[in-house]
Write a protein that binds this ligand. Structure first.
Ligand code: LLP
Length: 418
């Protein structure tokens, strides 16, 4: 067992569902992201069914992984989507997502993006400042439309996660200060081209405890009561995303416990609950497949230089994040050594894993686990490296869902001076 459902050893070879990862490497090359359809569907279904009949909408946070095949899978399951740009909107529509199930988050929406979202008829704009509200009102007026609005408030709760992905503290750039929320709702009522429909928050990502969610829920319900006491009609409460996954020894609560915690105190209330999960739906449904190029045994350290790098998976370099690294075909004749698993990019920060006990030979394949979320979607072309291919396994079949990028694609659009 690998400990990661849908990626397991069979006859001593790591497989995605029933497909051997060495076959995928032969067919599609490396580096290559591999996702499991079964794991994606299972994660979504577990999450969605945990609401047990309560009126709700799961809005998958597109930023976690925006491949069209993945968006399309979720759309087929009835998912809504949380987007943060016109680009993500375009992807969701292209993938067959229902615009009436889209919420638009983000602190810096541009008028053009607001316009296309209004044209598409999205469910709601999660507005993060008074200035944004005014621009949205103007854009909607110019189109003779009414923009549905939910305010993202900042509940000032410590998510106890990495500081870069903690968003619910008052010093973070996100949301409307909690104390100002009521007056902002009041001023929104005076604007002719926005209509308040919801209340929203998101406190951070990769949370592995329930307490911060519960504390947030309590604050949000208090605010909801005060808004209703002012005569405002709030149709939905959006409690954001943020549930963590297991990368190594974390023990995040299961979806069921998390949803139960979110819904606590909501029994008597009529509001629809929205959630914006990203990582928990895709994180452990994907891996990054890479090949060992060279082994370098320096005096103090052993380096395994692989063909994937920080441009493919940025999380280790950016957050010092841990991803388990498993051999695809363990049991080579090589000795076990402590390796620094590094990529070819010219930076010391370019590593995928430090101090890993592995028995390696050049040419061996490795699987970097839990790479389905914020892997490909944060990749870049640094060092002029074309981006990896993406493959989805489904039972015993493997489908290419994104071709490996070519150098021609990379340079298209660049011009030499006359
Ligand atoms: N909703 C909003 C408004 C968000 O900003 C985010 C994530 C989500 C939902 C989804 O959160 P999730 O369920 O995935 O935790 N690149 C970082 C994570 C950044 C998260 C940004 N916001 C990483 O690789 O860990």
């Amino acid at each position: 067992m690998s400990g990661f459902p849908s990626f397991n050893y069979r006859n001593n070879v790591l497989c995605g569902e029933s497909v051997r990862l060495d076959r995928i490497a032969r067919e599609f090359g490396t580096p290559c992201y591999v996702y499991s359809r079964h794991a994606l569907v299972a994660a979504y279904s577990e999450f969605d069914s945990a609401f047990a009949g309560r009126d709700h909408l799961v809005c998958y946070a597109v930023k976690a992984n925006s491949n069209l095949a993945i968006l399309n899978l979720f759309a087929r399951l009835g998912s809504g989507f949380d987007i943060v740009s016109g680009g993500e909107l375009r992807r969701v529509l292209e993938a067959g997502g229902d615009p009436r199930k889209i919420v638009f988050s983000g602190v810096g929406k541009q008028p053009d993006e607001m316009r296309v979202a209004l044209e598409a008829g999205i469910l709601c704009f999660n507005v993060e400042s008074e200035a944004e509200l005014e621009i949205l009102d103007q854009v909607a007026r110019s189109m003779n439309q009414i923009a549905p609005v939910s305010f993202r408030v900042n509940p000032d709760v410590d998510a106890r996660t990495h500081p870069y992905i903690s968003t619910g503290l008052k010093e973070n750039k996100f949301g409307i200060p909690f104390e100002e929320a009521e007056s902002l709702y009041a001023s929104a009522q005076k604007l002719a081209n926005v209509r308040v429909t919801g209340l929203d928050c998101h406190i951070g990502s990769q949370l592995t405890e329930l307490d911060p969610f519960v504390e947030t829920r309590e604050k949000m319900l208090g605010l909801l009561d005060r808004l209703e006491a002012r005569g405002l009609k709030i149709h939905h409460l959006d409690l954001g995303g943020g549930l963590g996954i297991r990368y190594s020894s974390e023990k995040p609560p299961p979806a069921r416990a998390y949803i139960a915690a979110l819904c606590g105190g909501m029994v008597q209330r009529k509001q629809r609950i929205l959630v914006e999960p990203g990582r928990v739906l895709v994180g452990n449904a994907g891996i990054l497949l890479t090949r060992v190029e060279y082994l370098k045994h320096a005096t103090h350290r052993n380096f395994a230089i692989v063909d994937a790098a920080m441009n493919d998976l940025m999380r280790p370099a950016l957050y010092n994040a841990y991803h388990e690294i498993l051999p695809v075909a363990p049991g080579t004749q090589a000795d076990v050594k402590t390796y620094q698993v590094v990529g070819p990019v010219c930076e010391t920060g370019d590593f995928l894993g430090h101090d890993r006990e592995l028995a390696l030979l050049p040419g061996d394949l490795l699987a970097v686990m839990s790479a389905g979320a914020y892997g490909m979607s944060m990749s870049s072309n640094y060092n002029s490296r074309p981006r990896a291919a993406e493959v989805m396994v489904d039972g015993d079949r493997a489908h290419l869902i994104r071709e490996r990028e070519s150098m021609d694609q990379l340079m298209a659009g660049e011009k030499i001076l006359p």
